[in-house]
Design a protein around this ligand. Structure first.
Ligand code: UD1
Ligand code: CA
Length: 454
């Protein structure tokens, strides 16, 4: 553990032209979490005392993610290079150890930051750049050494054929003192292929002025930068792979790890089986011994033990009690709480429903703004008419043990007592007391030999 106090400057003002997307690059999500959110959280967990983020393109959108995390935004009006971006962070109002990094390296880990700080301190460098050895250096800046000593970083676009062969590249992570930044940043010019102010030029500048400059070799994941959609998809795949490996280790049964998509905050209990195509999002929690069938999409929901979620079901912000069966093709919407040993069958939609233990809605039903007791049977095609012409939503209450015949409509607000029987095809507009039978439908009418032509 390092106990060095440090601040962080994160560069995130660029548009990310190569993303070919209207969204600012750093807001693109990796496994559901925007890249800039990841970077800020990582440096905070590593112990950063202050985090400054350089914003520019899509400033207002980026601020919406950055501000709530307690990081401070600094604006770079013109995106004329990474040196100007660092300068926009006003390093003269910072002191001591300062880390500079790009907002488009989403695989960076807390332990990487800690190691970098330790190495930098141990080597007693004035400026360290974190480098990595890559088979294909692509568009990365190349680390140029002379007799083993770091001399410069040369951008791919300015590099000669020979320089491009260098495998050691600049990951974009630098560590130095804020004072050094204030002194050297104004000296950087823009005489290069892109006509931009390159922060990377600080290396040769410092070297020439006799500062102790060196490279620290980092884990290859630090070098993983996202500049286009393909790299974004690769980053997401990497995060999903780590999560799936971790769950397999913990005893979750995953039929096809390459086709199972689980975000990092999700919890899955041991003995649960995940079929291919399952997508588990955000803070979803799944208990032990569940079966989650193909293409189930579950977001921010809590699933008990021994629950079956059958194919194609869509669950969002809901709770499902133990031993309940859901789907196939069920839609459970926010604020729904389903009890234990219940059944929500195919093509059933719940919205803001409390659904009691052992109750069943087997087929083709819409329940919205409803409180359903225990051991209730909801027949096929039942609907709560919760939305009124006054554009308000009204509640339907159904007591324990009631039997609702198929194709019933509850015109809310309405309260159905306990142990009632509702005749199928009823359109109920009035409350029904406990133990009653209620039928509200047109009577069957028969006229014999009516069709005289046949
Ligand atoms: C940069 C480095 C390169 C390194 C690579 C690692 C420079 C000149 N080059 O190249 O050596 O190998 O990162 O990924 O630094 N940004 C601003 N303001 C600007 C320009 C960029 O804030 O005016 C931000 C971008 O939003 C991005 C980061 O800086 O988060 C890096 O910019 P990018 O254009 O992706 O630089 P690379 O070409 O990848
Ligand atoms: Ca980049």
């Amino acid at each position: 553990m390092s106990d060095v106090e440090f601040s962080v400057i994160i560069l995130a003002a660029g548009k990310g032209t190569r993303m070919k997307s209207p969204l600012p690059k750093v807001l693109h999500p990796v496994a559901g979490v925007p890249m800039i959110y990841r970077t800020i959280e990582t440096v905070k967990k590593a112990g950063a005392v202050e985090v400054r983020v350089i914003v520019g393109f899509g400033e207002n959108l980026v601020r919406q993610v950055v501000d709530p995390l307690g990081a401070v935004c600094f604006k770079q009006k013109v995106q004329n290079g990474t040196a100007k971006a660092v300068q926009a962070a006003q390093p003269d109002s910072l002191t001591g150890t300062t880390l500079v990094l790009n907002g488009d390296h989403p695989l960076l880990k807390v332990e990487d930051i800690k190691t970098i700080i330790q190495e930098h301190t141990k080597k007693n460098n004035d400026l360290s750049v974190v480098s990595s050895e890559l088979e294909d250096g692509k568009s990365f800046g190349r680390i140029v050494r002379h007799h083993g000593e770091l001399r410069a970083i040369v951008e791919a676009k300015d590099a000669s054929h020979e320089t491009l062969k260098i495998k050691e590249v600049n990951t974009g992570v630098f560590i130095t003192d804020a004072e050094l930044l204030s002194e050297y940043l104004p000296m950087i010019d823009c005489h290069n292929a892109q006509g931009e102010y390159y922060f990377t030029d600080i290396v040769s500048l410092c070297q020439e002025k006799g500062q102790k400059v060196d490279a620290i070799i980092g884990h290859p994941r630090i070098a993983f930068g996202v500049n286009n959609q393909k790299e974004l998809a690769m980053a997401t795949k990497q995060v999903f792979k780590q999560k799936v490996d971790q769950l397999l280790e913990q005893g979750v049964i995953i039929i096809d790890p390459d086709a199972t998509y689980i975000e990092e905050d999700v919890v899955v209990g041991e003995g649960t089986i995940l079929y291919p195509g399952v997508y588990l999002k955000e803070k979803t929690k799944i208990g032990n011994y569940c079966i989650i069938e193909p293409n189930a999409f579950i977001q921010n929901s809590e699933i008990g033990d021994s629950v079956e979620i059958k194919a194609g079901s869509y669950l969002n912000k809901c709770k499902i009690g133990s031993k309940t069966k859901v789907g196939p093709y069920a839609h459970i919407r926010p604020e729904s709480i389903v009890g234990e040993e219940a059944k929500i069958g195919n093509f059933v939609e719940l919205k803001k429903v409390t659904f009691g233990n052992k109750s069943k809605a087997g087929h083709l039903t819409y329940l919205g703004d409803a409180i359903v007791g225990e051991d209730v049977n909801i027949g096929c095609g039942t609907i709560t008419c919760n939305y009124a012409p006054d554009k308000k939503k009204y509640v339907t209450k159904i007591g324990d043990g009631s039997f609702i015949g198929s194709d019933t409509q509850f015109v809310a607000p309405i309260e159905i007592g306990k142990n009632t029987i509702i005749g199928s095809g009823s359109t109920l507009t009035k409350d029904v007391p406990d133990n009653a039978l209620a039928v509200a439908r047109g009577k069957q009418f028969i006229k014999k030999n009516y069709n005289s032509k046949k």
